[in-house]
Design a protein around this ligand. Structure first.
Ligand code: 4AD
Ligand code: MG
Length: 454
């Protein structure tokens, strides 16, 4: 008999013969009967199997299986209006696909997230991580859907690069040279020059937008920053749209529409998963996400943000004053206490932002904006780009940047330059926001963070 996925059965159960495959989540024995909760990963729901001693052959073998064992079952689906679950499957025959000895780490419930991180190859079989990774998949799809419906082209920017898009020097070198030597001369290396893993697809994204109009990238991003926080990973995924003929206002509108679109789709498509997170990780999560989909996001200039922080009745580790980079504690205070809403902070001091951001007429700030959300802080960072060749060049000179290394970037300002804007959304931060999970290591399947490859 052909196997049916549990998701298909749960969505449209009908009485009759059925074949299911999966892993045993729990097994409970009474006299002459055993109950198995089976999961196949297709959905958050388990299915209940009932096996009776006098109804099947080799009952003992089935009833002695433990959590984690995998089986294939043929049985009869029947509705059970009196019971907790709306239906169950009466086992008629079964095949053991894989035994699972008692040292299976997920045998025991309530492991700490720290322990589960050490078994990334197995933790996906737990309720929490099954739910996280189903939401992760749906969220990626919704992001593609949003951009496609809004006329953006999906472009692939390189992972190995020879330029530092953020100018922050937090790059991992890619080399085939002998790792025991401290090399600074890369002429004999694979690419005949220094190469690294990308910190952002933005620069190439800008080139593509200068021909295609509106583009986005969605790819892995690497940062060698030694930030031992719950929000920083050395390898994470970033979504970076870039839009020609768009200013900072247009950018904020797109970012807000995108976030609302993704939340709406997840509320529709991941109900069980989000209810699970609401119950076990973040009470009130679903209602809060719903509220976000129909409120207008707040907006506030950096200068106003600093004023709010200076008069805040809070014990900040870093004293707020004009010119500082906002710390997570400041970002969270603004979004959680002052605005109680997602908030765009715009017009940051140019000294704390990247070289490519468009300078404002005040000579002090740039047309940058970050979207801050409760619990996470910075979810999105973006800006209008400096499209004026002379101003861009003088900013690069101020920062002692080598013009030759950015000659392509400068070319796009030389040949038919247009005003344009773009932003980067940290995909794992988005997942932390929608699941209420507080550590970035728990929303990416195989985390890489300073000090550890899990
Ligand atoms: O603010 P960032 O550094 O901006 C850029 O990289 C721009 N080039 C984006 C653009 O305009 N196209 O990073 C963008 C977002 C942050 O807001 C944050 O959500 C996420 O990427 N992010 C990280 N996520 C996880 N781990 C890290 N180490 C991250 N660094 C940034
Ligand atoms: Mg940023």
């Amino acid at each position: 008999m052909k196997r049916t996925e549990i998701k298909v059965i749960v969505q449209n159960p009908s009485e009759g013969e059925v074949c299911v495959c999966g892993w045993i989540r729990t097994i409970r024995k009474s006299k002459g009967i055993c109950f198995i909760a089976l999961s196949d990963g297709s959905t958050a729901e388990n299915i209940q199997l009932v096996a009776e001693e006098n109804a099947i052959t080799e009952y003992d073998k089935l009833s002695s299986l433990g959590t984690g064992a995998s089986i294939s079952v043929n049985g009869l689906l029947i509705f059970t209006p009196e019971a907790k679950q709306p239906f169950e499957i009466k086992v008629k025959s079964y095949t053991i696909l894989g035994f699972c000895p008692t040292d299976y780490p997920l045998q025991k419930k309530n492991h700490t997230p720290e322990f589960l991180r050490t078994i990334p190859h197995l933790r996906v079989r737990s309720n929490t991580f099954g739910n996280v990774f189903r939401v992760r998949s749906e969220a990626s799809f919704a992001i593609h859907e949003f951009f496609r419906e809004n006329g953006f082209f999906y472009v692939h920017t390189p992972i190995i690069t020879d330029s530092d898009a953020e100018g922050a020097g937090e790059m991992f070198t890619v080399t085939t040279l002998n790792p025991t030597l401290e090399n600074t001369d890369f002429t004999g290396d694979f690419f005949s020059k220094h190469a690294s893993l990308t910190v952002s697809g933005q620069l190439e994204g800008e080139y593509m937008a200068m021909g295609l109009g509106k583009i986005y990238t969605f790819g892995p991003t690497f940062r060698a920053e030694k930030s031992f926080t719950a929000r920083h990973a050395a390898e994470f995924w970033m979504i970076e749209p870039e839009m020609a003929f768009t200013d900072l206002d247009g950018l904020c509108e797109t970012a807000e529409a995108m976030l609302k679109f993704v939340l709406t789709k997840l509320l529709e498509r991941c109900k069980s998963e989000l209810n699970f997170f609401d119950k076990f990780y973040d009470n009130g999560l679903v209602e809060r996400l719903k509220a976000v989909t129909d409120t207008q996001f707040s907006r506030c200039s950096y200068t106003e943000a600093i004023e709010h922080l200076e008069k805040a009745n809070a014990d900040f580790e870093y004293t707020p004053k004009w010119g500082i980079d906002l710390q997570t504690e400041h970002e969270r205070y603004l979004t959680e206490i002052v605005f109680q809403n997602p908030v765009f902070v715009y017009d940051y001091p140019k000294e704390i932002k990247a070289f490519y951001m468009r300078q404002n007429d005040d000579g002090k700030t740039v047309a940058a904006c970050d979207l801050l959300v409760p619990r996470v802080g910075e979810l999105i960072g973006g800006s209008q780009r400096e499209e004026r060749l002379d101003i861009l060049k003088s900013r690069m000179a101020e920062l002692h940047m080598d013009e030759n290394a950015y000659s392509r970037y400068l070319d796009t300002r030389k040949y038919g330059s247009v005003y344009h804007s773009g932003f980067g959304l940290g995909f794992e931060r988005l997942l932390m926001y929608v699941t209420g999970i507080q550590n970035i290591r728990d929303v990416i399947p195989f985390p890489r963070t300073a000090g550890t490859i899990y």
